[in-house]
Design a protein around this ligand. Structure first.
Ligand code: ZN
Length: 132
């Protein structure tokens, strides 16, 4: 049984677990960290199970620890990716914009856009860092 939407929404005080944007509960989407589509495969093969989810069993697909409040944009982009694949895909975005969007390059040359070289840290991870 899935936890109540309110519980999921409040997991990060009404913020998207990934990008940190504030989300209305009606617009909130519920993401499965270990993707729903091949949950069982991930568990059986111990493939890309984040350490904080190592306690999950085959019946725990809808365990609160595997569910994240997500904005439409993050949830749509994450799709069926596991967490580290999602992170690496987000990390690639500036490179892809430079490759495929001439207007991005133009804006960058004129100094309208400045890109930072930094590792992608999800909102929920940045909270954990502050708490430890
Ligand atoms: Zn988001």
């Amino acid at each position: 049984m899935k936890p109540n939407r309110n519980v999921i929404h409040q997991k990060y005080n009404g913020h998207c677990a990934y990008c940190g944007v504030s989300i209305d509960i009606k617009a909130m989407q519920v993401d499965h960290i270990i993707p729903q589509r091949n949950y069982e495969w991930h568990l059986r093969n111990e493939h890309q199970i984040p350490p904080f989810l190592s306690h999950l069993s085959l019946n725990d697909i809808n365990h609160i620890d595997n569910l994240m409040p997500a904005c439409r944009s993050c949830n749509g982009f994450k799709s069926t990716f596991h967490l580290e694949l999602f992170r690496s895909e987000v990390q690639e975005q500036v490179k892809r914009l430079r490759q495929y969007k001439p207007t991005f390059n133009l804006a960058e040359r004129y100094g309208l856009i400045e890109c930072k070289v930094k590792a992608v840290v999800f909102y929920f991870e940045s909270l954990n860092c502050q708490n430890s």
